[in-house]
Structures are given as structure tokens and as C-alpha cells.
Design a protein around this ligand. Structure first.
Ligand code: FPP
Length: 258
């Protein structure tokens, strides 16, 4: 009796989700969605669990979000997984987060390959533990011929450093005659950023109720629509992503015009 009820309810839930997805797909979806996945620690604390339990739960949400983004036809999904400032956290937490790409890709890489997802990474690779970098590079290699959703992990990423490094590279190229100062405009400058091959995000989502950018894609978010929610990242569901996209679809983007 209970099982029948559960089955009926679950079928109804998934058909509601399918309907919502179809509805959303009738209007243009954002090409590039960037997410600041925040609130893992608080999620764990509320359950008297160690903070790392929140990160582990957050990893599962990465999978669901990726699959739905792919289904919706979003071109790029950038996820802020670790910032250049996150090294200040306790050693055990940093070590745990640095193990997550291995666990995630160890489990889900075949599914990503099968679903035509391309894995990419932006951030400072040099400071990453070898095992983390190895897992990411393996995934990048194995998905490089896919042409579906780009799943871009921002790992050891910091926007101000990225901008400073781009400026240094521009100066270097000017000094070496590779670039003329007169050729430098916004488009050219963008080509010096870690996001050189991506369009700017159309939509930025931040979970957990914090209303700030935390050194994330400061140059690239200039004209993005921002969507904040109090929901903690491990509780972020497919419905929440659809809600964010629906809100985006109902906003008017003017890019400074009228
Ligand atoms: C911020 O929440 C979250 C992080 C710094 C880590 C995010 C990592 C994941 C969601 C998993 C990534 C998965 C892969 C596959 C790379 P917080 O710890 O600052 O939360 P709090 O503000 O509640 O303390």
C-alpha cells in the first residue's frame, strides 16, 4: 500500500519536473550559467555532521545540476568549487575538497562521457595536489571530443589574480611587439583571461543567502543576471535551477541600453 503510494507520488513528481523542463525550453535558456555553490558547511552543521559531510552532499548536487543543465541545452556551466582564498581553511577540509574531483569523476566520468559533456577547468593548476590535477586532466582528455555541455570547474580560481595576470601578459605582449596598445580593447583583453574560450555568464546563481561575488568572475559578470537564494547548496534541487532560469527568462536584459 505504502509502496504504491510512494510510486505514484514519485511518478507524479518526475512528470511535473519533465513538464517544467519542457515549459522552460520553449524560451531561450542562458548560454552560460555560473554558480557559487555555498552553504555546505552550514548544511552539515544543522545536522550535527562534520563540514566535509556537507561538501560530499554538495558533490551529489553537482551531478544533478550538470545533468539538468545538459538536458536544458545550456552551453556552459561554471561551478566555483574552490577559490584561491579557500586554502585558509583547516587542512583536513582542504584535503577533503581536493579529493572530491577524483571521487566525482571516478564515479561519474562514464556518465559525463555518455551524455556528451566536456569537462574543463579554470584556475591555478600549479598549486593543486597531483592527484586532483590528474583526475581533472584525465576527464578533460576523455571528454575533449564531446560537444555538449561544457562543465567548467573553477578550482583554485581567484578573479583578481586572473585580472592581474592578464594585465601582465598584455604588457609582456606589448613590450615584445606581439600586441599594439591601440589594438587593446575589451574583446582583446577578454582573450587574455582564463575564460578566453567562453562567452560571459548570462546568469549567476549563488546559494546560501550570501549576497556577494567573493572574487568570482568579476570581469566576466559585468552584464550577467544575478540570482540569489537562501537554499544551501546541498539542498539545491532541479526545481531550484528551473526557478532561477525561469526568473532569468522573465528579466529584460538591456546591456546599458534602453
Ligand atoms: C562553499 O561552502 C563550498 C565550497 C568551498 C566547496 C564547494 C565544493 C563542492 C560543492 C563540491 C565540489 C565537487 C566537485 C566535483 C569539485 P562553505 O563550505 O563555505 O559553506 P558555509 O558557508 O556554510 O560554511
Amino acid at each position: 500500500m505504502f509502496n504504491k503510494f510512494w510510486l505514484r507520488k514519485n511518478r507524479k513528481d518526475s512528470s511535473t519536473l519533465r513538464d517544467k523542463i519542457e515549459e522552460i525550453k520553449k524560451m531561450p535558456v542562458p548560454n552560460h550559467v555560473a554558480i557559487i555553490m555555498d552553504g555546505n558547511g552550514r548544511w552539515a552543521k544543522k545536522r550535527a555532521l562534520p563540514r566535509i559531510a556537507g561538501h560530499h552532499e554538495g558533490m551529489k548536487v553537482v551531478r544533478k545540476t550538470t545533468m539538468l543543465a545538459n538536458k536544458l541545452g545550456i552551453k556552459t556551466l561554471t561551478l566555483y568549487a574552490f577559490s584561491t582564498e579557500n586554502w585558509k581553511r583547516p587542512k583536513n577540509e582542504v584535503e577533503y575538497i581536493m579529493r572530491l574531483p577524483e571521487e566525482f569523476l571516478g564515479t561519474f566520468l562514464p556518465e559525463l562521457v555518455e551524455n556528451n559533456v566536456q569537462v574543463k577547468m579554470m584556475g591555478y593548476k600549479n598549486q593543486l595536489p597531483v592527484h586532483t590535477l590528474h583526475a581533472i586532466e584525465k576527464a578533460i582528455e576523455e571528454t575533449k571530443h564531446n560537444n555538449g555541455l561544457v562543465l567548467n570547474f573553477a578550482l583554485n580560481y581567484g578573479s583578481r589574480s586572473e585580472i592581474v595576470d592578464a594585465v601582465k601578459q598584455v604588457l609582456n605582449d606589448c613590450n615584445n611587439g606581439i600586441l599594439k596598445e591601440t589594438e587593446l580593447d575589451e574583446k582583446t583583453f577578454s582573450s587574455y583571461m582564463m575564460t578566453a574560450n567562453f562567452a560571459d555568464p548570462d546568469l549567476l546563481i549563488r546559494t546560501s543567502g550570501e549576497i556577494r561575488l567573493s572574487n568570482f568572475m568579476l570581469w566576466q559578470l559585468a552584464y550577467s543576471e544575478l540570482w540569489f537564494t537562501d537554499v544551501l547548496w546541498p539542498d539545491f534541487s532541479e526545481e531550484h535551477l528551473l526557478e532561477a532560469i525561469e526568473t532569468f527568462q522573465n528579466r529584460q536584459r538591456r546591456f546599458g541600453g534602453l
